[in-house]
Design a protein around this ligand. Structure first.
Ligand code: CP
Length: 317
């Protein structure tokens, strides 16, 4: 099946076939990462601009490494260094980047909908690297790719997402991705951060931690996103941790082979105990590493790369 999208804006709009297509290309690209020469010529001569108008460590570096591995030239611009601080609009910034002959824009922005807005204005591909509390599609792709590596098919698997669901773009993108791939998803945490209306997205809502953890094949922790909260949703961080933080006792409620995930950044001792984050059950750093191959696949496909050509160049042994 060919890839027909110029942009990657949401998981909500992707079909199961498109997600599986990305995973096949990701797996092929991951195989190339084991070679002594890791660089591929696929995007040679292309210029990719990473426009990160909100802080990032993992996503920004992974997109930069991914583009570099595909031989693209990469220019990264953050909020403090951009002319948005002088009052320039996002539209003008993006149209100037296009006029400067960039071939693709990867954008992170605090405003939900900004990547979609740019994708309609620009002829060049736009990739969403996180827009406010709306979506973070490449994070969900790397999370689900990691889950598939550990669990095989997600069909019928039980996954619990625990924490600040209300303000989380990672939760929204993962709910779309996991349910499309056939998982049974439970979102859990305090009722102020996990409102009942999330059931309209096809997931279970639970405020009982023990029940939410008991039959999960994987649990994904989310941090409290203070930067997006405008009012108090629980009395204190200490009280949140005492009721919903994952510690050794509560991890004992999980199945012994359940995996622990976190998109990062982690707040050690708040949503997860430090030793659990570093334990054998944790796949947190595997998620980060898979972020390179997933982003290589997304950049390659949105630039018009042929999935078949990539699968041929790195066949499964
Ligand atoms: N998971 C994630 O988006 O991390 P960064 O904010 O560091 O990019």
């Amino acid at each position: 099946m060919p890839w027909n999208r110029k942009d990657l804006i949401t998981i909500e709009n992707l079909s199961v076939e498109e997600i599986e297509q990305i995973f096949k290309v990701t797996a092929a690209l991951k195989r190339t990462m084991g070679r002594s020469v890791k660089k591929l010529p696929a995007l040679r001569g292309k210029t990719i601009v990473n426009l990160f108008l909100e802080p990032s460590t993992r996503t920004r570096i992974a997109f930069e490494v991914a583009a570099t591995r595909l031989s693209a030239d990469v220019i990264s611009l953050d909020m403090a260094a951009s002319s948005t601080t002088k009052g320039e609009t996002l539209r003008d910034t993006a149209q100037n980047i296009e006029a400067l002959k960039a071939d693709m824009i990867v954008i992170r922005h605090t405003a939900p909908g900004s990547p979609l807005y740019l994708s309609r204005l620009l002829r060049i591909p736009v990739v969403n690297a996180g827009d406010g509390s709306h979506e973070h599609p490449t994070q969900a792709l790397l999370d689900c790719f990691t889950l598939v590596e550990h669990l095989g098919s997600l069909k019928g698997r039980r996954i619990t997402i625990l924490g600040d669901i209300l303000f989380s773009r990672v939760a929204r993108s993962n709910i779309w991705a996991m349910t499309k791939l056939g998982a049974e998803v439970t979102v859990a945490g305090p009722s102020t951060l996990v409102p009942h209306w999330f059931t309209s997205m096809g997931v279970k809502v639970s405020h009982n931690l023990r029940t939410a953890l008991a039959d999960a094949d994987a649990v994904m922790l989310l941090r409290i996103q203070h930067e997006r909260q405008t009012s108090t949703h629980f009395p204190s961080l200490g009280e949140y941790t005492s009721m919903f933080g994952l510690n050794r006792t509560r991890a004992g409620w999980l199945k012994p082979d359940a995996i622990i995930m976190h998109p990062g950044p982690i707040n050690r001792g708040v949503e997860i105990d430090s030793d659990l984050a570093d334990s054998g059950q944790s796949v947190i750093l595997e998620q980060v590493t898979n972020g390179i191959a997933v982003r290589m696949a997304v950049l390659y496909l949105c630039a018009g790369g042929s999935p078949e050509a990539m699968l041929k160049s790195a066949p499964a042994s």
